[in-house]
Write a new protein. Structure first.
Length: 268
């Protein structure tokens, strides 16, 4: 059976689908990406067209299949200690908070397969000494959340992890696990992962000292950005910090926080 082509009409249907579910705006240039990511699923479901698969998703008959499609269509590029200056700032803020007895809480709001959340946890474990701390990682995709909970990564992903952290918080695979890396159980147990759709009302996660929402807004249109940022900031403590990607900006999106360093905002 040859490759099934996706028509412009079918692509438009999937653009609307992922926007309605996740608030993600797919440009026309993503047509090949959509067809590529769904092609194998069409074969597995023995379907002859993307339109037939779309009708299955919107029928409500297979809610698990809807989640599968969302997992396939959401982009999840991440790595340890991405944008290192953010982790230098995190280190300073965590060190300054060392004296308080309340748990220091950080939310990785689009944690993908967990590298960002574990990077945060390594810094907090290093800086906070006896002060309690918590890291929450969340994502829309159940597929990447399963990988995050497993905390088992290819060894080539470790390039940016400081050597001292590699020794303290990571276990190198041996024998049949050679070429892989496992996050140490003690650190792993301090990070909680949960499914969150930022495009809907947020669950009761509590409030946070720092929230990372990095390299996510690029997938949203202007109104969705405003709604998502307002929702997320409602869970940031006064005096807390909000981190976004270096290529992103809150200009015209939100005035409730003020810029204090490149792509780092403070909530008064």
């Amino acid at each position: 059976m040859g490759a099934i082509e996706i028509s412009d009409q079918e692509f438009t249907q999937f653009q609307r689908f992922i926007f309605d579910v996740a608030g993600i705006s797919l440009s026309p240039s993503k047509k090949i990406l959509v067809s590529g990511r769904l092609a194998k699923r069409l074969q597995q479901c023995q379907m002859a067209s993307y339109g037939e698969y779309f009708r299955l998703l919107t029928s409500g008959a297979e809610p698990r299949e809807t989640q599968t499609a969302v997992d396939l269509l959401t982009t999840n590029e991440t790595y340890f200690f991405r944008e290192p200056k953010h982790f230098e700032a995190l280190r300073q803020q965590a060190t300054a908070a060392r004296g308080s007895g309340k748990p220091f809480r950080v939310w990785s709001a689009a944690s993908s397969s967990g590298e960002e959340a574990y990077s945060i946890a390594m810094v907090l474990a290093d800086c906070l000494e006896s002060r309690p701390w918590e890291v929450v990682g969340s994502d829309l995709s159940t597929r990447v959340l399963a990988r995050a909970r497993a905390a088992h990564y290819p060894a080539e992903r470790i390039t940016n992890i400081p050597k001292s952290y590699l020794q303290r918080f990571c276990l190198r695979g041996v024998d049949d696990q050679e070429g892989t890396l496992l996050i140490d159980r003690n650190l792993r147990n301090r990070v909680q992962f949960t499914q969150v759709n930022l495009n809907t009302a947020l669950p009761a996660l509590g409030v946070f000292d720092i929230i990372f929402l990095r390299n996510v807004m690029i997938y949203f249109n202007g109104e969705t950005k405003r709604q998502v940022v307002a929702r997320v900031l409602s869970m940031l403590k006064p005096g807390g910090h909000f981190y976004i990607g270096h290529s992103e900006s809150l200009q015209g999106i939100n005035n409730d926080v003020r810029l204090v360093a490149p792509s780092i905002y403070l909530k008064p």
